[in-house]
Design a protein around this ligand. Structure first.
Ligand code: FHN
Length: 591
């Protein structure tokens, strides 16, 4: 047995690591408009955003003239990175792209109409991307769409006006650190003609004045979407952060500075398997492979993927910011238009199951996803059925509540429900109304009564209790322990608090002896915890596995379970002998 050290040592290290973002958050709060905000005011400010669930992201810049191609070569990255990847000198970028940017087909009104038709409630567009080119009439740099291109129109103004007219919330993307054109901007290491000035000078001369202008001259701006945070001076950070105060009520993302949380967390391209605890969040994702228009990019996601992504994200309480890429003519490719229209058709029938919903109260659902709305003293559950059951029986596992009404969202057909031990069964018609995602509406009377997802034994009688189906008793987040992901696999981590414990409920078909094997990682020394089953408890000590990323399978011993039926297993830190562990799963092997 390894010599045990006081748990506090490891806890402190992790705790300090967690303090970083909090300090930045305080700093950010001091500099910004929302410094004195209460939790209630904050949730009011984000109310529209949380209800929206679906927005349009637009990456549009002068790189679209050549569709991401430079002198016959197509760099592998997203098209908006063409200047960087092909190491294009500023002078060449001007003649090849800026001087030729003339998207005469662009129609802001029609563009916003399409976003609206798709069911999107907000639109965020690249006012300036890393190439440093302003897609608006910048007052501080002639390197902008009005002064430097044959087009000569302020695209941001046209879109801001069209959004205001059509009731779509409008936001700007702004690349505050990378600017491959300004001599103080970050990122351009290839153009040796640049006579360097400091980053702070760039922030003073360009980034702050441009951000100010965007937040002053373009009407109500609902979102400011910073990108690619880098280390910067406190002055630079505060001056950039401070400008957002120009628009009271504005919402910002988490990409202004390193460790600056903004109002919400961003995920890029991928949907997290589990929602981040206690945070607002958004997934941004290109409709095809590239953010900016790229001629060679035919990698469009299917309408089915996009519709299911939207339901998946909403079922976890997040927003979907779906990116489109206008061409050099100012239009979207038919592939993108078709997909937006397909989403719009689905939303026409089903948007009630997306807008204003919150995360699913149910565990993992084999057939699809669930979103929820609280109405009066009841709850509506929207069951997003991706895989229509062949036997016509849809099991809502763990649901115990009384069902007031059940019907198909597509045509209001009433559906029969019945209760069984494992949950509520909804009787469905033979054919799914929608092959991609059919929504079944369940109106539940009174408070929701749900039994945490019951893990079921496999054919050999073994049970797998994974981190993502555990119930974490962490006093609503006050005690540290939560589900996180490493290499895309969930684990219960940040378990720095001896008061936090976890519990699984499962079904036992065959009572008897079970060996419990844990997949876990322990950073240092050893950690002791209680394995608590109804018929047997045992203190177990596990030695260090060499690091939080070093997962091993360790037997925790043999335990007996005397009765068949519902059972629960708890893992509780042994106070004073606890070192944080990362726990991926327990496997209960029938002996
Ligand atoms: O480098 C950019 C990229 O071009 C694109 O704008 C995405 C959108 O989230 N953000 C950056 C990478 O994180």
């Amino acid at each position: 047995m390894a010599v045990m050290r006081k748990a506090g040592v490891t806890c402190c290290v992790i705790f300090f690591a967690l303090l970083g973002p909090m300090l930045w958050a305080e700093q950010a709060g001091m500099a910004g408009s929302q410094s004195q905000e209460t939790a209630e005011q904050r949730s009011e400010r984000l109310q529209w955003w949380n209800a929206a669930r679906f927005g349009m992201f637009v990456h549009w810049g002068v790189y679209s003239v050549t569709g991401g191609e430079y002198k016959g070569k197509m760099p592998t990255n997203s098209a908006e990175w063409m200047m960087n990847k092909a190491r294009i000198p500023i002078a060449d970028y001007k003649t090849e792209n800026v001087d030729k940017f003339n998207p005469t087909e662009f129609d802001a009104k029609a563009f916003v109409e399409l976003a609206k038709e798709a069911g999107m409630k907000y639109l965020v567009i690249t006012a300036k991307h890393h190439d440093g080119f302003a897609m608006f009439h910048s007052k501080c740099s002639p390197y902008n769409v009005v002064d430097a291109t044959p087009f000569g129109r302020d695209i941001m103004k046209e879109l801001a006006d069209a959004c205001a007219e059509q009731g779509i919330r409008f936001g700007f993307y702004y690349s505050q650190c990378q600017d491959w054109h300004h001599p103080g901007g970050m990122g351009n290491s290839w153009d040796k003609t640049i006579e360097r000035v400091s980053f702070d000078e760039y922030v003073r001369e360009k980034a702050v004045p441009e951000a100010k202008q965007l937040l002053t001259d373009y009407g109500p701006i609902s979102i400011f979407w910073w990108d690619t945070p880098r280390e910067m001076s406190k002055e630079a950070f505060e001056s950039l952060h401070g400008v957002t105060a120009l628009q009271p009520g504005i919402i910002t993302n988490d990409r202004l500075g390193k460790n600056s949380p903004g109002d919400y967390k961003t995920f890029e391209r991928n949907i997290p398997r589990l929602a981040p605890a206690g945070q607002d969040w958004e997934v941004c994702m290109p409709i095809s492979g590239s953010w900016g228009y790229k001629k060679s990019d035919t990698n469009f996601k299917s309408a089915s993927t996009l519709i299911r992504n939207l339901a998946d994200i909403a079922s976890k309480g997040g927003n979907y910011l779906l990116n489109v890429s206008p061409t050099g003519e100012g239009t979207l490719l038919p592939e993108a238009v078709d997909r937006l229209k397909a989403i719009g058709r689905w939303m026409k029938t089903n948007s009630e199951s997306i807008y204003g919903t919150t995360a699913s109260p149910l565990g993992r659902l084999a057939w699809g996803r669930c979103t929820k709305k609280e109405v009066g003293d009841g709850t509506i559950l929207y069951l997003h059925v991706f895989d229509w059951p062949e036997d016509g029986e849809l099991l809502v596992p763990g649901l115990k509540s009384q069902i007031e009404q059940a019907y198909l969202m597509a045509d209001s057909t009433a559906l029969e429900t019945r209760r069984q031990d494992s949950g509520i069964v909804v009787a469905l018609p033979a054919r799914a109304p929608d092959s991609i995602n059919s929504v079944v509406v369940l109106k539940v009377r009174g408070a929701l009564d749900i039994e945490a997802g019951l893990a079921m034994p496999n054919e050999e009688g073994s049970l797998v209790l994974s981190a993502d189906v555990a119930y974490i008793h962490n006093n609503e987040g006050a005690d540290q322990a939560r589900v996180q992901h490493q290499e895309d696999t969930p684990n219960i981590g940040y378990w720095t608090d001896e008061n936090a414990w976890v519990e699984w409920s499962f079904q036992v078909d065959r009572p008897g002896q079970y060996e419990i094997i844990a997949e876990l990682a322990v950073e240092q020394d050893s950690s002791r915890f209680l394995v608590d089953l109804p018929d047997q408890q045992g203190l177990v000590e596990v030695a260090s596995t060499g690091g939080y990323g070093n997962y091993v399978h360790r037997s925790l011993g043999k335990f007996s379970i005397d009765k068949a039926g519902k059972c629960s297993l708890r893992i509780k830190p042994d106070k004073g002998h606890w070192q944080p562990i990362n726990l991926r799963k327990l496997v209960l092997k029938k002996q």
